[in-house]
Design a protein around this ligand. Structure first.
Ligand SMILES: [Zn+2]
Length: 678
């Protein structure tokens, strides 16, 4: 029987794929990809850009397509069978990836080209491909002697174990805690849904009353709405103690071991610090630049944070006679003050944001900016009946991309929202292969009486993912490995976050924010409130983000003194960002999974970095008209179509005419006077 995944197809043939096709298809495609790499190594001809770098870039493409189809299904429409296949196939895929990235013969060819090619004969994209490929080997230790290579493998193995251990400890501490509330009066302030969930949790544990945990969906409503200050204090302190208690799950030693090993690893590879190693492949480039960036923003936002803290304290004093605002008061009084000031209810806004209208609005924005036309088609195969498909064409009526949308939650789909690719874009033999892009979300579904109506937050999410999708759809590069969203990590959120800005503009809202029953446009007073509330207490939020970024850079730029306690190290690095009084029995690092168990080490700054970029870029539009065609063309030609073919700072400068500055962000966030415009 033939395996559809091993045939030549363009659009993913979802309805014809059987679960049992995946494993044999993976086996075959991995074996073919290995063979392709072996042919590159075995060829008699001396290494050239074409017979080595280019050949590598176009290798393993069938494996890529099978992988994207499989892993996208495993996220959006999974079942036990697919999950089992994922478990079996993941180690085989990483073994294959290692076979390539650690292959000394392959590296020898790449190095030969790298060391001898006349760079003036290569296009920018080709130079980038060469450098990226070469660096990929070197950063894995390809230039080290055997002894150091072994050291590197040992460090990597140890780091992998430590990260796992770190996470297990955080999880164990999270699971070990529960707050049992027996007295209903202690729930005062909490919304009905959260009370319901807490009662359900209690009954699962065979307890009377209500149970709260440190899981976000349980914890966050509690600290935001519960009036009882002593209970808020209890749960906030419990949360801050994770990994920092005198028990088997303490993470202090793990943190120190991780930073020491990362430092050694970086040194071994010739870098001054782990941050220097990481940032080499980021738009921000080096630790000095990141620290300057964070500290500059801090100087500019700290006065606003201090002003807001005073304001919040005054409000808490007036409400409840509180003298000193503590960490367990932050969410509670922020929310109360916000409600008082804006009285902005999701339910009031939702009728203006019917999903169909919002999607058409996003399409209209893309039409005005980039000349794209979206036409729904019903002939394209999908993996679920909820999935819609669109042909996307440019103003010459050429096919630009295929867009899939998948909007509603269901069993088998993971939480959150994301953009993904079923087929990337590339050019080979003068044929420009157009991409197949998908947006997956979990929006409020329609009911029997109402269409899907979005919260404002969901509207910005749709525009965000649509921005990533535009990056994918407008890709126009030669090599698939440099196409679309294959860019540095602190650059990838520019195309997505910039699109959110359009949603705050009356000119855009007039296109689609109409009441689903009456057709009436959204009232201006709502738009004003949305804008104002978006900046509410932004100074405090900014300084908080900066504090995490600075702590992250602290751990990864210098090695802590061996005698220094974790708490002392933290205090030192939190000093410039401190607003709330410190809680002595708490620590941040021992449960800071983003940087000690996730991929964000020396990368936490990138959240703010991306905001600076999107605000700076949007400001350029805003100054010249939000649908200004010339600027939209530059954005398309210099950024969206270029993928990772050139250093993002170069691309950005070509678009903007200068490096980004934080001024537009500070203005948008209302952190400097003369604000007023978002
Ligand atoms: Zn994003």
């Amino acid at each position: 029987m033939s395996n559809i995944l091993l045939t030549a197809f363009d659009l993913a043939p979802f309805s014809k794929i059987k679960n049992s096709d995946f494993e044999p298809a993976f086996e075959q495609a991995i074996s073919d990809a290995k063979e392709e790499i072996q042919q590159i190594i075995d060829q008699k001809e001396a290494p050239t850009f074409q017979n080595t770098l280019e050949a590598m870039a176009y290798s393993g493409m069938q494996l890529d397509r099978i992988s994207t189809i499989f892993f996208n299904l495993n996220s959006a429409e999974t079942n036990e069978e697919l999950q089992e296949i994922a478990q079996k196939i993941a180690p085989k895929l990483s073994a294959f990836a290692n076979d390539v990235s650690l292959n000394p013969k392959l590296f020898a060819r790449v190095k030969k080209v790298h060391d001898s090619v006349d760079l003036s004969t290569l296009t920018t994209e080709k130079k980038t491909l060469l450098e990226k490929t070469y660096k990929g080997f070197v950063r894995n230790g390809a230039l080290l002697n055997e002894e150091d290579k072994n050291k590197l493998r040992e460090i990597d193995a140890e780091l992998a174990v430590l990260s796992l251990k770190f996470n297990e400890n955080v999880l164990a501490e999270t699971n070990a805690y529960q707050l049992h509330v027996a007295n209903e009066a202690d729930l005062e302030g909490l919304p009905e849904g959260a009370i319901e969930a807490a009662r359900h949790l209690a009954s699962q544990k065979q307890l009377e009353g209500w149970v709260f945990t440190l899981d976000y969906p349980s914890y966050l409503p509690f600290v935001t709405y519960v009036k009882n200050r002593a209970l808020r204090k209890e749960i906030v302190i419990a949360n801050g103690k994770k990994g920092f208690q005198n028990n088997a799950y303490n993470n202090e030693k793990n943190v120190k071991k991780i930073v020491v090993l990362r430092h050694q690893r970086a040194n071994l590879l010739g870098y001054e610090s782990h941050a220097a190693f990481v940032l080499e492949e980021r738009m921000a480039q080096n630790p000095t630049k990141v620290l300057e960036f964070l500290n500059d923003l801090l100087i500019k936002s700290k006065p606003a944070a201090e002003r807001e803290f005073k304001e919040l304290t005054a409000y808490a004093h007036q409400q409840d006679g509180i003298e000193q605002l503590e960490k367990w008061d932050a969410n509670y009084y922020s929310e109360k003050l916000k409600q008082k000031r804006f009285q902005l209810d999701d339910e009031v806004l939702k009728p203006y944001f019917k999903l169909d209208n919002v999607l058409k609005g996003a399409f209209e924005v893309a039409k005005r900016l980039f000349g794209l036309q979206f036409k729904e088609v019903h002939t394209i195969d999908t993996y679920h009946e909820d999935v819609q498909t669109f042909e996307v064409r440019n103003d010459q009526n050429e096919l630009v991309a295929v867009l899939y949308t998948d909007f509603f939650p269901r069993k088998g789909k993971r939480n959150g929202a994301w953009m993904t690719t079923f087929k990337s874009q590339w050019i080979k033999d003068e044929v420009n292969q157009r991409p197949h892009i998908s947006i997956v979300c979990n929006f409020t579904p329609p009911t029997t009486t109402k269409p899907s109506l979005l919260t404002f937050n969901e509207v910005t999410t749709l525009f965000h993912e649509f921005g990533h999708a535009l990056h994918g759809m407008l890709a126009n590069t030669t090599y698939p490995t440099l196409s679309g969203t294959s860019v540095y990590w602190d650059f990838v959120e520019l195309p997505s976050q910039i699109m959110e800005n359009w949603v705050y503009e009356p000119e855009t809202l007039a296109l689609f924010a109409k009441h689903y029953q009456t057709g009436e446009n959204i009232p201006q007073v709502y738009i004003d409130k949305i804008k104002e509330s978006a900046n509410f207490l932004e100074g405090l939020a900014t300084v908080r983000q900066l504090s995490f970024g600075l702590l992250d850079m602290g751990w990864h730029t210098t090695l802590p003194e061996s005698t220094e306690s974790l708490k002392a190290f933290e205090n030192k690095h939190f000093e410039s960002t401190k607003v709330y009084p410190d809680v002595e029995e708490n620590a941040m690092s021992t449960s800071f999974s983003h940087i000690f168990a996730g991929g964000y080490s020396a990368g936490y700054y990138s959240y703010k970095w991306a905001e600076v970029l999107d605000a700076d870029a949007f400001d350029y539009f805003k100054t010249n008209g939000i649908f200004n065609k010339t600027i939209a063309d530059k954005f398309k030609n210099e950024i969206l179509s270029k993928g990772g073919t050139e250093h993002p700072m170069q691309l950005y400068k070509k678009f903007r005419g200068q490096e980004p500055t934080p001024n537009a962000l500070l203005k948008r966030a209302g952190l400097v006077s003369n604000c007023g415009s978002r």
